[in-house]
Every structure is written in C-alpha cells, then in structure tokens.
Ligand binder design. Sequence first.
Ligand SMILES: [Zn+2]
Length: 211
Amino acid sequence: MLAFAVGLSPVLAFGVAAWWAHARSTRLEIVNLCAAAPASKRSSRQQPVDAVVLHQMAFSRGNDLLCYRKVTAHFVITPNGSVAQLHPLSARLSSSHGFNSRSVAIEFAGNLRSANGNWWRPESYGRDTLTTEQIEAGRKLLALLERQGIRFVLGHRQSDADRGNDPGPEIWSSVAQWGIEKLKLSDGGPEFAIDTGRPIPDSWRSFDINA
Ligand SMILES: [Zn+2]
C-alpha cells in the first residue's frame, strides 16, 4: 500500500525524483490513496500554488487511513502519524474557502482544543490532543512541500469566519510556527486574513502544547 503519488502537478513543477529523494531522507512515508478518494471533489487549477493551508478535522476515526478517504484535503495525518495523499496536487479542492486556488490542504485528525482550553462539542467528538507523531509528520510534510516551492503556511481560520479554531493553537504552535521559523515560510503577516476570515491570534503562536 505504501507508495508515493506520481503525476504531480505541472503547476507546481514538482520533480518526482526530488520528491522521492527528500521523502526518503526524512523517512516520511506517504500512502497514496488518490484512487480511493472521490475524484468528484477535484477541479482544475487556474493559478500557481504557493501555500499550504492547515486544518483540524474536529473528529477522529482512529489510524485507519481509509476511514478518511472522503476528507476534502490533499493530505491527512492520523493520530499515529500516518500520512495519506488523497488527491493530486494538481487538483483544486473545496477545502479552504478563498485559499483554494492557491493552496494545498493538510487535515490533522482529532477534535483539538481552543486557546481557552475548550473543545467543540466534546460529548460527540471527544477531547483529543495533537500527538508527537502528528507533529513530526506534519513538519516533515511541510518541509517536503517547501522544497517543492511552497512559500506560505496558512490556517483555515484566515479565510472563513466559521473556522475560528481551525487548525487551532496546538497545530499552529507546533507545526506552522516551526515552518515559519525553520523553513522561513510566511503566514501572511500578523493581520493577514481574507474574506470573512480572521488573523492568527498571538495566543496560537506561543501556545504551550504541554500545558
Ligand atoms: Zn478547515
């Protein structure tokens, strides 16, 4: 089942050889589930891709990647750090509102808390915590995408008013902020948001995931 998705987007000018070499060096295994995910979610891109948008699912179905095949994202990361690619990077998905045309979407499994320590409908969706394995996998995936030309790491919150805790402080402080500091990615700046979205709060940037 382990395989890398080929047929990468000419929009991104991704090199398969470089993808392979880097993925192997960082030991990130990506399960190719593009054939199992609904192709009806895909449309063609009209503009270059320069961003990754991070999301939390606000639910978890465990570690079986196939249970996530209908999630509308290019990549999913389960609690044990398993990573699947569901759609080719050349496909535009309806994942991230106004960021869709320019971005690749990564969804982390879990119902993750807000900066105030509240979980959304925990009686139905539980109280999850981002795992060390998810952080490691998320960072490796971000690094892989940066090597292929991604320059921005954004949050769904920045493009839609109803996604106030998406991806939330745990993912932001441990994955996005790492990308900003180590990979020199940009989140658009302190006040950046589009449409009905809101900027990334300072409380996310400095959130202590172990608190
Ligand atoms: Zn989202």
